[in-house]
Design a protein around this ligand. Structure first.
Ligand SMILES: C[S@@+](CC[C@H](N)C(=O)[O-])C[C@H]1O[C@@H](n2cnc3c(N)ncnc32)[C@H](O)[C@@H]1O
Length: 225
């Protein structure tokens, strides 16, 4: 199941075409426009609508997951989604995922590196086993999503620019002003906002990989005695 898949559900469509024996569910807050969808199929030279792809669009990710049976989802991914979601909604999503994912199933998250620490903390608090690793712009390009490609290009520019004063004055400062406001509106705590600020500053100034891949694993079911 792909969450927050974007306007044409690109990743889910590509996966469904490539793996006809696996069932995929694609979610986005915005309802899929059938014309855009068909246009994308034509672009990739696919002359049929994949039968193994179900839409769960026009609804929040948590609501989409809530419609799935308990212990039924084998794998879930969310690329550049969670940073847009209010904290309460993310928590609702984690609770629904704990119910709907099968034991030992994985949730794969790709995000900007500066969101890594708060995400690991909140996922662990919801009972997931968590690991993470940095990811480069090259890796993001290979992800095959529109956001990943756009983000990878921006970050490649930021990382390659030696004039860090220019980067901080022209990019970081106005960006952070917008993001700080949004984070506060989304109900993040002052401590989390400060942590993201510190990590984002490092991300803009360092040559470290700008992205993170987080793997959150649902625990194996315990036998009741
Ligand atoms: C930055 S885009 C990422 C799209 C895609 N995953 C990619 O990597 O190109 C975020 C997407 O999440 C969707 N979105 C935002 N809030 C959402 C929510 N609460 N539930 C589901 N989708 C949401 C937006 O409509 C948008 O398409």
């Amino acid at each position: 199941m792909g969450l927050g898949e974007g306007p044409i559900l690109k990743k889910s469509v590509d996966l469904a075409v490539r793996h006809p024996d696996i069932n995929f569910i694609a979610n986005d807050l915005h309802r899929i426009d059938a014309q855009d969808f068909d246009h994308y199929l034509r672009r990739i030279e696919v002359r049929y609508r994949p039968k193994n792809l179900t839409f769960a669009t026009g609804m929040h990710a948590a609501e989409a997951v809530s419609k799935e049976a308990p212990n039924s989802l084998d794998h879930v991914y969310a690329h550049f989604l969670l940073k847009n979601m209010p904290r309460a909604e993310r928590e609702e999503l984690y609770t629904e995922l704990q119910r709907a994912m099968r034991p030992r199933a994985q949730l794969k998250i790709v995000e900007n590196k500066h969101y890594e620490k708060p995400r690991l903390r909140e996922l662990a608090a919801h009972g997931f086993g968590v690991t993470s690793r940095p990811a480069t712009t090259k890796e993001a390009m290979k992800l095959g999503t529109e956001s990943a490609e756009a983000q990878a290009k921006q970050w490649a520019y930021i990382k390659a620019t030696e004039n860090k004063k220019l980067i901080m004055d022209k990019l970081f400062t106005p960006w952070w002003e917008r993001v700080r406001k949004k984070l506060a509106e989304n109900g993040e705590t002052p401590e989390t906002i400060e942590l993201i600020h510190k990590e984002a500053e490092h991300n803009f100034l360092s040559h470290d990989p700008p992205f993170v891949v987080i793997t959150a694993t649902k625990a194996r079911e315990r036998k009741t005695q």
